[in-house]
Write a protein that binds this ligand. Sequence first.
Ligand code: J2J
Length: 541
Amino acid sequence: MKPVEQVWPPDVAAEYRAKGYWRGETFPALLRDRAARHPERLAVSGGGATWSYADLARRAERFAAGLLARGLVPGDRVLVQMSNVPEYLSAVFGIFRAGMLPVFALPAHRRIELDHLLRKSEAVAILTERRIAGYDHAALASALAGEIAGLRHVLICEPGQGGEGLAGLEAAPEERELPGDPDPQAVAFLQISGGSTGLSKLIPRTHDDYIYSVRESARISGLDGGSVYLAVLPISHNFTMSSPGVLGALYAGGRVALCPDPRPETGFRRIAEEGVTITALVPPLALKWLDAAERLRPDLPTLEVLQVGGAKFLPETARRVRPVLGCTLQQVFGMAEGLVNYTRLDDEEEIIVTTQGRPISPDDEVLILDDDGTPVAPGEPGHLLTRGPYTIRAYHDEPGANARSFTEDGFYRTGDIVRRLPSGHLEVRGRATDHINRAGEKISAEEVEDHLLAHPQVLDAVVVSVPDPHLGEKSCAFILPRDGTAPAPAELRRFIRGRDIAAFKVPDEIRLVTSFGTTAVGKISRRALRAALRKDHMEEG
Ligand code: J2J
């Protein structure tokens, strides 16, 4: 198995420790500590569970023991594909407790994505629910186990049985001795990248670096023992997990409340039932919630903060949050690779509605460069590069991508175009890379093009992002058919669905063209071609 590591230069690591960013905390120790400090306090509610911290810790231990009893060993990677159910938390903390590494997949992922993540991470096990939103994940997991030699365990969770449905792995802890706490500098898990070229890359995050970002995020978002965080977005997304997310809520000794679906009606009901103080949405959902709140006038007296992030939140919508929902907006501009920016709760309203926040750490280094790599003048837009105490220096096992995505001195090229205000707040202006940010879901144009090219009647395909009033951005595929044959858009859509990829990657719009513009083909880069077609689309409407 290839080792999973994340390494900062030793002097830099020493500085992060000396400054108290990296405190040697680990996930197993964190839950044990909270369960010892306030065992009876509620940690998780929803999906049939009302679990105290002691319950959660005990369940995690039993799951850890169950994994070991099945023959998994510390260091093993376990792919987790679960929805917003309480068992997700006992399973993930159980995997940590057993010294193993979760690899986080999204419920929307299908065969193509899972196959890639499983192989790349060399996972020995897949943990998923029998069904999520009607899709038979158990069947897919079994099929994958038949094809991938290293994938030896298919663990199927049946949520909603009070936590007793965790793949039959609720072994009694006394049957197995659990390992000691991991090295805080070791990789705790593999998160997945939004991916602008090809398939998702794996992001190794250490206990020390991630817990630092979680701890500070919880502080910046005002979490304490009385906070109730409602998990609406997919729970394994980096935003929901850590900004401050479910981990921030548990770090602060607060409670995680689960939302079974993201509809505004469901959200308002859960906020009222649980006394939710903070929740997080992507911009298109925030817009839906605002429209629904104007209609339904829900009474949400406990809600203090609505976080919005994952894609650009337009100021005109942002301005509606306080008057309509009666809470403070917090814009969050983050990335699974590290850097997270927040507007602060006490920032002026104008800053809150027009910027995407400023970095967590005084040691988050931010460069804003022009195309030639020269720093732009203050206030001018440019490419955002960053490095710091919780931003990775490398993806797992991606020498090519690492050479492109990181500078020699360790800065991560985010691909985002931003400008910086005198206050240090960043405004996201656009993106230099070719992914589509569809309602916060990142889609690689190249990946979708490759699927389209597999169709026998497709000579070439170019996928671009185009503005959409509901989704922010949607995807449009321009198709150049082979001579004399033109596949119908509906047939192409069927074809690409049949490729077994996440549904959000299927192009929203398909346009057949006879050329990509005479000067374009072969002469300009693929990126310039995408830009030209995007412009055509916007002009033609
Ligand atoms: C514009 N673009 C944004 C924003 C992310 C917290 C919040 C979000 C993510 C996330 C995350 C944006 N305005 N407010 O991991 O911890 C786009 C940028 C960025 C990319 C990262 C977190 N917030 N984006 O969205 O890894 O283009 O993380 O580089 O999924 O989303 O995507 P992802």
